[in-house]
Structures are given as C-alpha cells and as structure tokens.
Ligand binder design. Structure first.
Ligand code: SF4
Length: 956
C-alpha cells in the first residue's frame, strides 16, 4: 500500500554534500499550516506519526489529528507513537528479557523459528540499579562494592549475557560503566537514525525518540530527543513494534530569560523549576523550554532540568536542538558524519534553534528570570520543597516540632539540640555551644549572602530556645540534624561536569584550608559514567575529594535509588532508641521518607558542592551563610565563601570535561574491555534459553497453553468472589512492593523452602525475573489495608496482604486465598477507590494481579499507566458511575459477583455489576468499561498484549 503522504518524502543535503531522505514537516505544513506553529516536541511526535502511517496501526486520520493540534482544546484522542529505540535499567530490564525469552521458548515449541522473536527497534540495557554502597571512604571502595554486587547478582547477570548473544538488537552496558540516563546522554543517543532507502531515494533519516523503563528517561529531552519513562509492558510492546499510545497532551512553554548569577548552580535552578512547575500542575503535560535564557544554558544544565520532569510531574521537560546541542555532541565523541546528518536533518525540518516568545503556540507559558535563582536545597521530605541555603537551619528547627500535617517531625521542641552518645546503654545530653542569636554577614561568606540575609528570619525566632545552642557533631555523639549520609549521586547531577568540577574545587579549597569530614559520615561519590573520574583526575581534583571521603564508590544509582547501604549498628541504634531526626544530603532527585535510609527522616537534595560543604559542616543545624563551615588550620574559622568556587575557576577546567576522544575511548570499552568481573561470567548460550533452576530467573507463565488463534471467551465474569476491598490511592507499591521481603510472607516462605537464607533474600525489585516470588509478593505490602477485614475495637485496620476467604470467612494471605479460589475454579475481583494504581509505573502490579487469577478491578478511578497495564495483561478495568463506590453499594466482601458486558466489546462501553448478597439479596449497578481504545479491545481479546504481539510475530 502506498504511503498516504508520499508527497512529503523529500531529500536533504549535509554540509559536505551527502544526502538523505526525510518525511518533511515543512511540506506537510503546506496542506496543514498549523504545523509550523506546533511546539517542537509535538512536531517530532508528528514526524513519527507521519513516517509510520501505514493505514493500520497509524492511520492518515492520526496524522491529520496531530497536525491539527491546538494549544487549548479538550484532550480526547490518543496518539500512536512509534519510537526509534528503547532503553532499560536492570531492575525492569530483567523481567522484560524473561518475557522475550519465554516467547522464544513458545516459538520453538510450536516448531517456528525462534529468531522470529527479535526486538524490532534497538534495545539497550544499562546495569546500574544493583550496586550498593557497602564500602565507602577508601580507594578500595569501588572494587569491593563491585565484587559484592557481582556475588549478589550472578544469576541475573548470567541471564543478561544469554540475552546479549541471543538477540541481535539487544545490547547490554555492563555494570561499572555508569547510570542509564547519563550513558544514554553521553553515548547511546546518536542524534538521527538512518532507516531503509525509499525506492529511488537515499536512506530515510528520522529523529531519535525512545521510551525507557525508568521515570527519569526524560533526561534525554535535554538534547532534543522526545522520550519518557513507561512500564515494562508498554516498553515490551514498543520494542516489538507496537506504538506507544498516549493522550494528546497540553504543552506548557517555559521561557527562561537572563543568566544564572555567580555561584548559582544547575541544581539550584532545577529545584526552582520543580517548585514552580509543581504549583502550575503540569501532570500529564509536555513542558518545552524556550527563549534567550534557555539558549544560554549548557546541554548538561538542560539535561539536569529534563531529568527532574517526574518531580515536577510532567511527561517531558523538552529542550529543542540548537548550536549548544551540536557542541555537546562534538565534545562527547560523536562522529563527524553523525553530527553532520543530525544538524542537516533538524535544519531541513525547520526544527533547529531555540524558539523565541511568539514563535510557537503553547497551551500556557511560564516564565523565569535565571538571575533570580538562588542557591538552595530541597527537602526534607519532598523535592518540590525548596529552601534557600540561608533558611535551612531555621526551617529544620521549625519542622522538628511541627505536626506531620505540616510536613513536620512531631518531636518535642526542647529535644532539638540534645546530643546522644553512640552507645547502646545510655543517652545523655551534653556538648552544646552557644551561637549568636542574630545572624551577621561575615567577610568570608559567599557573594549571594547579602540579599539572602535580608529576607531571613532571625535564628532566635526560628529556634525554640531563647539561647540557641549548636550541636557539635562528633564521633562519639549524634543529635538531630546531624548529616550521616553525604552522597554525590544521581545522573541528575553527575552528568553535569560544571557541578562535579565545582564539588572537586570546593573539596580542594577545603582540604587546603585544613577542613575535614568526620569519619562516621557515610560519604560517597558515585558518578554516572567513568568519564567523570577521568576529568576529575585530569583536572587534579580527585585526590581532594578522596581526602574528604568522597572516593569513587560505584558507577551506578546507589544512594539515589535507596542503595545507600546501611549505617553502623551503633548509629542505627542511637537513632532509633532516641527517635532522632538525622539527615542525608545528596545530589539526587527524590527524598521521600525512608527512600535514602529507613532511619534517616530528613533528606535534602543539594548540588554536589553543597553536599561536600554539608559533609564538612556535619549538621544541617549550621547556617552555612553566616556560620563557619568548620575550623581550618590553626583553628581558623572557614566560611562557605572561602571555599566556594567561582564561575571562572570552573570554566577554566571545562576543557578536561568536554574531550571527545576521551568519551569515545571510554565507551569503546563497552565492547572491547567490559571488565574482568563481567568477562568471567559464563552466560548460557543458544537462541532459546534453557531456564536453569534459579530463584531469580524463571520462565514466566504468561504463555502457558498458547495457541495461534485466541480463545475468544465472552468478556465478563461469572460467580466471582472479592479478594480485596481497598480505599483511595492504592499505589503500585501497595500492589507490588519493590523493597524488602518479609520472612513470614508467602514470598519469604517460598524462598526459604528453596534454600535461600534470610540474608540472601535481596529485594522484590531484584527478583522481578521470578514470577514465583513476584506473585507471592502481590498485595503483600506490609502497609496495605484490605478493608474487608473488620476494624478492631480501637477502629484501626489490620495492615498487610490478608483477606477473608469466602464463604468460610477464614483469614489468610491474599496469595493463599487466590490459590484456593483458582484451585476451585472461582474467579476473583478487586474493588478499589480513587486513583487505583497510582505511583511509579510498575508492570508487576498488573502481572501479579493476572497471575493471582483476578479477572477484573472495579474502582472509582484509575492511574493512567496502571489501567493500560491491566488491559495489557488481560484484566478488565471497570469504573463505578459517579457517586457509586463499593462502600455506597454496601459491599462487604462475602457476596458473589457477575460482571456482564452486553453485545460486542467496545471501548468505554457500559457494563453491569450484579451483586448477590450472602443474605440472598440481589442488586445491579452500571459500570463503565475502561478499555479505552480499539487497540486495547484487541489486546484484551488476545488475553493481553504479550500474546497479541507473539501471534503477530509468529504469523509474519
Ligand atoms: S541515578 Fe537516580 S535518577 Fe538516575 S537512573 Fe538511577 S535512580 Fe534513576
């Protein structure tokens, strides 16, 4: 069939005269003039829709719809977006590889060519989530942490090695190279892709685009690539050639003007942007940056901004391609030819250069003068709670005694400055010193101090004592506000040479001034690529970071993902025994309570140089704007301004950071020198995996009984029992937790039965390649409340994944009840409240639901991705009519249910819920079927997206 828009296929020439073809947006704009006013990100989406218009998955109507995008309009249509590639991190990548392997097993069993199962777009898995900071503060830390990582994850890494040799389009960046989004930015993203040649024309070029199985995939938006994080099920479909469907978005334009002031970092800027955009409510929208101020930002600064799109709630934080992007490509070792095509393509499409005000129609415009951004941290519990540095001490002091409803820690104010010995047998107050009650500006304070001090509340007002006292952090005592973890971590910042150089420079000045970090503070440097170590070494800064304890401890997510490792037992005991509010300071992007360490309640996000400064200070109860960071040589007071690097000092070192040859040499090693630990691993070979016995990797059962023709059963459910009645905001973590596995839980019992001792349980996250663990972990969150269990005398509800098996009413684990229902052939349903499946997209929340035999989830509303994942796994999502809920209908959990779907299955049709009460009463209510699109009807009819895609591949 000929392309419906064949007339838009044109050719372009590069600077050196090479040519390529492309689906021309300027040509399309002749018929649809609105195209030239579209946001740049929407035009890149439009190019994909135009190029992939095949009349089936993508129709001419889709092209017309996107070409006609209006800045302000109701958003009802879904866009089928075919991406150029997929990136994975290892927590989500392993289960996805297990599904692909299972498809090959099915293909072989059916006498088909196993090679017919092959990702249709390139897939790169970067192993970054598994390393932990067990060792720190020593040059040996990296080596020791990696050895432990390989020991813990051997079976998973063997499986990845099988994947590497079995699939042509599946690549692995082994452990020890870096973090997925930084590696993507520095290496995997190549600008434009070269496709097949059209008849009589040169090869078709198209812009890079992707989805990734990690929410911060958006970091790649910093170099003009459209892409975002999705769940594993969607990523799997995308890699097998299915479009990613998303609702037509609003696009919020964010105009930067001015320039960042001296001493202000990209981290300060992103915290300000996050605060602003949270208030603007950009959830589900694209954010696109533009204007002269945006043009002044370096690409690493833009990438830092793009990285935190999930924190400000947007689908993307997009930066158009311009000269700075090209400079970045040159500085990071992309080839001359790649860069030439990249630039020529974007120019031909009219997509090159930073738009100015009025060029584009945005749904809404937000503005920020970069000159107004001030040095800040964010916390202590949420990334959007920005605090200027000069207010950190006062803010912590006031939150200390405020109630949880005010984001406070609910502690007695009088306890703030009490210090406790790190000894199990006692806690006593001692060691306090006096500080001035009024802040004064000191000669050594940073340049921005004067303005900040003008708005600052006096310390006397903020602290809860007439004579405030400042704790002295010491090896022997700890107290509230003490910094116990200081981590230079997260691709958000480690991808940005200017803030990393700033941290190194600050360390150098601090060491030279005689400052130290106390040894009990867990300090770490975990770059997102080896390039960071190389430029810090070449700039002569690494020895100073080493000296302060910031030795390279890992190349991976570490503290950012909660892999900070433990504190010493003595410190843990002192914290828990005395209910202390101690702190972590990290250059990460998330700081929810217990994410960084279960015992650290206050977590501050800060730029890498501030992480070093707070490590030296040892407490957040020291005002770095007015008080010395510490005592230097000869007992001299050293202020932040004495050690804070200038922009000129940082700029002078940037030549070490942007060295194309060094990037190329580093990433060539992914293939040529992947590392001795990785090379030693023996992977299974062959096109089909032989599924050796493992508690980490097992053949998933999603294709059991697979036939080429789907077994069409009438949609609906008959004679079902309720397995759970849940309230509002049940998260995917409630449904499928990622963290620790309890010994007494079904998953813990299963692991022990299979010879795994408690110490080796690892987490649910690392065991996502084994369905036996994951289905036992479904609804096993220790905090989930099944409201089918009656409240106790005090009105409290039991927590944990338990239910009442019906009709006996016996209480048992949800997993055990599910198995009993399945054994007797009884289908089950779940009832939920508002926002069912909210939180991180997690495909095991839908996969686990399906494996427990749950046929339908009936809720007041659904989170977008979880709803589509349920359909993708063949589970019916149904929504109550407005005003209805399981509570208003009087459902208790001992009823039987029928769900009737009349006529042919259609998107969003009406369904009927029949409730047969245990007392013989009957009730019927209307529901809305939340299968939302025609393609989802197909997925459901095939028993889910995986069998649907498998049938297509095997039939081809
Ligand atoms: S460092 Fe943090 S933001 Fe980056 S990929 Fe890892 S967990 Fe995600």
């Amino acid at each position: 069939m000929s392309h419906a828009f064949a007339n838009t296929l044109k050719s372009f020439k590069t600077a050196s005269g090479k040519s390529g073809s492309y689906y021309s947006l300027p040509e399309l704009a002749k018929a649809y003039p609105n195209v030239s006013r579209l946001p740049v990100s929407m035009r890149i989406v439009l190019e994909s829709v135009l190029r992939n218009c095949d009349g089936k998955k993508v129709t001419p109507e889709h092209v017309v719809e996107v070409a006609g995008w209006k800045a302000k309009a109701p958003r009802l249509d879904e866009i089928p977006f075919v991406v150029a590639r997929v990136v994975l991190q290892d927590f989500t990548g392993v289960p996805l590889l297990a599904d692909l392997a299972a498809m090959r097993t099915v293909a072989k069993a059916m006498g088909k060519d196993a090679k017919s199962i092959e990702p249709l777009v390139p897939v790169d898995l970067v192993v970054d989530h598994s390393i932990m900071i067990d060792y720190f503060g020593s040059k040996k830390a990296l080596d020791l942490n990696m050895k432990l990582e390989f020991k813990r994850n051997l079976e998973r890494y063997q499986f990845m090695k099988w994947g590497m040799q079995a699939f042509d389009t599946f690549g692995v960046v082994p452990p020890g190279f870096g973090i997925v989004h930084q590696v993507n930015l520095e290496y995997l993203a190549r600008g434009v892709h070269k496709g097949a040649a059209a008849s009589g024309q040169p090869a078709v070029y198209y812009p890079d685009s992707l989805v990734g199985t990690d929410s911060h995939t958006t970091m790649i938006n910093g170099i003009g690539v459209v892409g975002w994080g999705v769940g594993g099920i969607e990523a799997e479909a995308a890699m097998l050639g299915q479009p990613v469907y998303f609702l037509t978005p609003d696009v919020v334009g964010f105009e930067f003007s001015g320039r960042l002031r001296e001493g202000v970092t990209a981290t300060d800027l992103v915290l300000a942007v996050t605060e602003i955009l949270r208030k603007e409510k950009v959830v589900g929208k694209f954010v696109e940056f533009f204007g002269a101020g945006t043009e002044s930002l370096s690409v690493p600064d833009r990438a830092t901004m793009a990285n935190m799109a999930p924190e400000y709630g947007a689908t993307m934080g997009f930066f158009p391609v311009d000269d700075k992007t090209i400079e970045y490509f040159e500085g990071t070792g992309r080839t001359k030819s790649e860069i030439e095509f990249f630039q020529a393509y974007f120019k031909a499409q009219g997509l090159y250069g930073m738009p100015r005000a009025g060029d584009i129609d945005y749904s809404q415009v937000v503005r920020l003068d970069l000159g107004k951004v001030t040095p800040s941290v964010a916390g202590p519990k949420r990334p959007q709670d920005r605090i200027e540095i000069g207010n950190v001490k006062a803010k912590f002091a006031s939150l200390f005694s405020q109630p949880p409803t005010e984001n406070g820690f609910n502690q007695p104010a009088a306890q703030l400055l009490t210090r406790h010995h790190v000894r199990p047998e006692q806690a006593r107050s001692d060691e306090t010193i006096k500080v001035p009650t009024t802040p004064s500006i000191v000669p050594g304070a940073p340049r921005f101090v004067e303005e900040m001090a003008a708005n600052k509340p006096t310390l006397a007002a903020a602290l809860h004592e007439a004579e405030p006292k400042l704790p002295v952090a010491s090896e022997k005592t700890i107290g509230n506000g003490d910094v116990l973890i200081a981590a230079i971590t997260s691709c958000t910042n480690t991808s940005n040479p200017s803030v990393m150089m700033a941290a190194g420079l600050l360390a150098k000045k601090a060491v030279e001034a005689g400052l130290k970090v106390q040894p009990h503070i867990k300090t770490s440097l975990a770059p997102g690529s080896r390039i960071v170590t190389e430029y810090l070494t070449n700039a002569g800064l690494l020895p100073y970071l080493d000296k302060l304890g910031f030795s390279v401890a890992a190349y991976g997510c570490t503290t950012c993902i909660g892999n900070a490792g433990d504190l010493t037992p003595e410190i843990n005991e002192a914290i828990t025994k005395n209910d202390l509010v101690c702190a972590a300071v990290l250059s990460g992007n998330r700081n929810f309570e217990a994410r960084i360490h279960p015992n650290l309640k206050a977590n501050f996000l800060a730029s890498p140089p501030l992480v070093v400064a707070y490590a030296i200070a040892g407490t957040v109860l020291k005002d770095l704007m007015t008080e010395p960071v510490g005592k230097g040589k000869g007992g001299k007071d050293i202020y932040l301004g004495d050690i804070w690097p200038t922009s000129d000092e940082i700029a002078a070192l940037m030549k070490f950071a942007m060295n194309g040859k060094a990037y190329k040499a580093n990433y060539d090693k992914v293939a040529s020198e992947p590392g001795p630990l990785w090379e030693k691993i023996k992977g299974v070979s062959g096109q089909v995996y032989d599924w050796p016995v493992s508690t980490y990797i097992a053949e998933p059962p999603f294709f059991e009984g697979f036939k080429m023709v789907p077994q069409i059963t009438r949609p609906g459910v008959k004679g079902a029992r309720a397995i759970g009645l849940f309230g509002d905001s049940i998260t995917t973590d409630h449904i499928s937790p990622a963290g620790a596995i309890k010994e007494s839980s079904p998953a813990g019992i299963w692991l022990k039965e299979h010879g795994v001792i408690k110490a080796d349980f690892n987490s649910y996250g690392s065991r996502r390649g084994n369905h036996d663990v994951m289905m036992r972990g479904t609804f096993a969150n220790v905090r989930i409340k099944n409201l089918m269990i009656p409240a106790d005398a005090s009105g409290s509800r039991e927590e944990g994944g338990v239910t009442l098996f019906q009709p006996s009413g016996d209480k048992m684990f949800i997993y055990d009840a599910a198995m009993k229902y399945m054994a007797e052939g009884t289908p089950t349903v779940v009832f939920g409240g508002e926002e069912y499946g909210t939180g991180s997209s997690r495909d095991w929340a839908a996969k686990g639901t399906q494996l427990l035999g749950i046929k339908a989830v009936v809720a007041k509303s659904f989170e977008r991705i979880h709803r589509s994942n349920l359909v993708g796994m063949g589970v019916l999502p149904l929504q109550f009519q407005p005003g209805d809920s399981w509570e208003t209908l009087g459902i208790k959990g001992d009823e039987k249910f029928d769900i009737e779907i009349p006529g042919e299955l259609r998107p969003q049709q009406e369904a009927m819920l029949h409730i047969h009460g245990a007392d013989g009463t009957n009730k019927v209510v209307k529901l809305i079927l939340r299968i939302d699109t025609p393609i989802e009807v197909d997925y459901y009819r095939h028993g889910g997206i995986l069998p649907f895609v498998l049938r297509q591949l095997l039939a081809a």
